[in-house]
Write a protein that binds this ligand. Structure first.
Ligand SMILES: *[C@@H]1O[C@H](CO)[C@@H](O)[C@H](O)[C@H]1NC(C)=O
Ligand SMILES: *[C@@H]1O[C@H](CO)[C@@H](O)[C@H](O)[C@H]1NC(C)=O
Length: 359
């Protein structure tokens, strides 16, 4: 009798012990990997947006514009449209140089707005103003403006500051003289349309009034190709009183393979740290060791994730397919021409160059 009771108590004790171990382990696991878990189950709580309608894109060197316009079902114009490239700038000086050299032959005006704070409200120098001399090649086309940021109050989202800067950019675009039927590129600095894409769109009539641009996604450099899913950049045929600046879904049409999107493509480790702190998704920096320079360097060279996140996808199949590090990519074909012609200066952006300078 007493033997059975002691066995029973033994079992109860063991169950209790197991719970004492299992529960805190689970709690710790959820604490450390909470975002991961919620992203893994994203297919259950989130629906994919309405799919885009892809506009096929035809291009080869040395084919006449008339022929290219016709292949897209458009008509060639007598004169090309004016093109305004409008961006918010933070500190991406190298990508800005690559962007402006790529687009210089096809753009009429470079509209660039810079705030004296980051989206998260931290003070920042006016980096473009300080480095403006380096952009002398485009000076005659530059329309530069500054915005006044503010320190975020408790609980205020960085997206409020970002939205404000886009309203100011809209005003700057008008001051730059944009008018009916001009083309406006709305994109981040690191979303670079290819010159031949913009050339086609400025020379052809009857293009859709608003089109998203499908860009090739890269991470850290052109050594890590991610996918073809970059869609936020867009091009508008300007309509006075109707067109306004945005970086969200505006239309169902998307023009295929229209350029490059290089995320976190910085020269210095300090730039990564600055971006991680100033980013609208700053909540993703869960632990201070995320900002450790040697951790960041290892991640850049291995193609892993800076925020230890799972792929943001809508189906389990895609999440699993994209889990783990990005594969190395050995092609540097069909990249912005300034990047290739000045490769000595941009080694860190090309295959084999992942090690960053510490500044
Ligand atoms: C480009 O096209 C022109 C006229 O069609 C032709 O004469 C020339 O050889 C072509 N150049 C190249 C590099 O293919
Ligand atoms: C930003 O600029 C405005 C206007 O010049 C100024 O009042 C404000 O203090 C500046 N903010 C920072 C963080 O430098």
């Amino acid at each position: 009798m007493s033997g059975t009771r002691s066995i029973k108590r033994d079992i109860e004790l063991r169950i209790l012990l197991i719970w004492l171990i299992v529960m805190p382990t689970c709690a710790l696991f959820i604490y450390f990997h909470g975002l991961k878990i919620s992203y893994f189950f994203r297919p259950l709580w989130d629906k994919p947006p309405k799919p885009f309608r892809y506009i096929p894109h035809f291009y080869a060197e040395n084919v006449s514009m008339e022929h290219l316009c016709k292949m897209h079902g458009w008509k060639i114009r007598d004169n090309p449209r004016n093109v305004f490239d409008a961006i918010l700038f933070s500190n991406e000086l190298d990508l800005l140089a690559i962007r402006w050299h790529e687009l210089n032959p096809v753009v009429t005006t470079f509209v660039i707005l810079e705030s004296n704070t980051t989206f998260t409200g931290l003070p920042k120098p006016l980096n473009f103003a300080i480095n403006r001399k380096k952009f002398a090649f485009a000076e005659a086309k530059v329309k530069y403006g500054t915005a006044t940021g503010w320190p975020l109050s408790n609980g205020q989202s960085p997206f409020v500051e970002e939205a404000y800067q886009r309203v100011v950019l809209d005003r700057l675009l008008k001051e730059a003289g944009v008018s009916k039927d001009d083309l406006v590129i709305m994109a981040d600095v690191d979303e670079i349309p290819s010159a031949h894409t913009i050339n086609l769109l400025r020379w052809c009539d009857n293009i859709p009034p608003i089109m998203h641009l499908q860009l090739r996604n890269y991470m850290y450099s052109f050594e890590f190709f991610v996918d073809y899913d970059s869609w936020r950049s867009q091009i508008h045929v300007y309509m006075p009183g109707k067109t306004n600046y945005g970086h969200f879904r505006r239309a169902d049409e998307i023009f295929a393979d229209a350029g490059w999107h290089c995320s976190f493509c910085f020269r210095y480790i300090n730039d990564f740290i600055f971006k991680m702190k100033s980013y609208s998704h700053v909540d993703r920096v869960k632990f201070s060791y995320f900002l450790d320079p040697s951790r960041i360097q290892n991640i850049i060279c291995s193609g892993a994730n800076l925020f230890d996140m799972l792929p943001e996808e809508y189906s389990f199949q895609q999440i699993i397919a994209k889990m783990g590090s990005l594969p190395h990519f050995f092609s540097a074909v069909h990249l912005p021409s300034y990047l290739i012609s000045h490769a000595d200066n941009f080694k860190y952006l090309l295959p084999g160059g992942c090690v960053r300078e510490s500044e």
